[in-house]
Design a protein around this ligand. Structure first.
Ligand code: PLP
Length: 385
């Protein structure tokens, strides 16, 4: 008989787990130990936290695999660690990577500066062009990387055609789905091979940890584990425990992020001092149709353009009392930042124009406070301009 699969909130709390025995702690303890007592004279794997086989690391990997629907998953010490090792697992010197143009600035820097240095060729494709991907395809293309939704314009990329292109050319499709979280979108269900997360964001959800994750086929995850042993991006057990603790509430957090961001975006759309609002839940967003079809929620990220350009944005940021001016996103608290100084710092003027990060653009990570308080904070901050 086919076993009934539990829902995503249940998986986030229990994984595919069984009932714990009498006397065991309901909250899984932190195994804050670098090393473990090993059997003498045994060829078995040594238990050592840098090797990724600490019980906290293994348990959370299993839970994430249950959420993403992957064979296996692994936690790393940061989202950047996850992105770099996921690619290293499938690429070698001489290989070619096609990366989306619409990605987190740190990832772009990694590809542009480091991958080129390691002998991996990278082409950047414009997802807005229908043949944007195909025109970059080479004999040596072994991987395609996209972020969806994108940071900071919250563009939603349809993975279907990309997955077909990858299958026909023998390339792997890697997707950074940090902004969606597995509650809103699971890329493996849409043809992706590997999913990457900055667990720093929605997976943890409390702005108190830096961590990353990769989910995918067992062979790829095993290779990431081998690389992690050598390159050293293993997460600390306490960080893993914090991510697991945060993950338990991801479904309810995402539901509130989704509804708060929708209400905030609708309010902002009607405000005379905001000239543009980018949110996939709005009918005028270029990807609203895709997003409605593919996603189970539009997420918590909203882009706004404040009238008056940079000085207008600065005044808004100075006047806000509840929303905190800080980089990052995905925590329970509302955060605001100007991507030109944070996620996309150091990019050329041309690159910023391409990424539609113009004067006055502010990224809002809408938190799970009462939405009336969030809106009232922005209303007062704009009225005081
Ligand atoms: N992926 C996305 C979409 C991000 O926005 C970030 C960081 O902001 C990262 C990856 C890198 O994550 P971390 O800061 O955990 O290394």
């Amino acid at each position: 008989m086919k076993r009934r699969r539990s829902g995503y909130s249940t998986r986030a709390i229990h994984g595919n787990g069984t009932t714990p025995p009498v006397g065991s702690p309901v909250s899984y303890p932190i195994h804050q130990s670098s090393t473990f007592v090993n059997p003498i004279g045994s060829p078995d794997d040594v238990l050592y936290t840098r090797y990724g086989n600490n019980p906290n690391q293994i348990r959370l990997g299993e839970k994430l695999a249950a959420l993403e629907g992957s064979e296996d998953a692994i936690l790393l010490s940061s989202g950047m660690g996850a992105t770099s090792l996921a690619h290293m697992a499938v690429l070698s010197p001489g290989d070619h990577l096609i990366a989306s143009d619409w990605i987190y600035g740190g990832t772009k820097k990694l590809f542009r500066d480091e991958f080129e240095r390691l002998g991996i060729d990278v082409s950047f494709a414009n997802p807005a062009k229908s043949d944007g991907w195909k025109q970059h395809l080479r004999e040596t293309t072994r991987a395609v990387f996209v972020e969806t939704p994108t940071n900071p314009q919250v563009r939603v990329i349809d993975l279907g055609p990309l997955a077909e292109l990858c299958k026909s050319s023998g390339a792997r499709l890697l997707v950074d789905a940090t902004i969606a979280s597995p509650i809103n979108f699971r890329p493996l269900e849409h043809g992706a091979d590997i999913v990457i997360h900055s667990a720093t964001k929605y997976l943890n959800g409390h702005s108190d940890v830096i961590a990353g994750a990769v989910a995918g086929p067992s062979g790829v995850i095993e290779r990431v584990r081998e690389l992690m042993k050598m390159w050293g991006q293993a997460p600390d057990p306490h960080a893993v425990w914090l991510v697991e603790r945060g993950l338990k509430t991801i479904a309810v957090r995402m539901a509130t992020h989704n509804s708060n961001a929708q209400a905030f975006a609708e309010w902002a759309s009607g405000h005379p001092k905001i000239s543009k609002v980018t949110y996939p839940g709005l009918a005028d967003h270029p990807d609203h149709e895709w997003a409605s079809r593919l996603y189970e929620g539009f997420g918590g990220m909203v882009g706004i353009v404040v009238c008056g350009g940079s000085p207008g944005a600065t005044t808004l940021l100075r006047n806000l009392k509840l929303a905190t001016h800080a980089p990052s996103f995905g925590g329970v608290e509302t955060l605001v930042s100007e991507p030109r100084y944070t996620s996309h710092a150091g990019q050329s003027a041309a690159e910023l124009v391409k990424a539609e990060i113009g004067d006055g653009f502010v990224r809002v990570s809408v938190g799970i406070e009462d939405v009336s308080d969030i809106i009232s904070d922005f209303e007062s901050a704009l009225n005081n301009q």
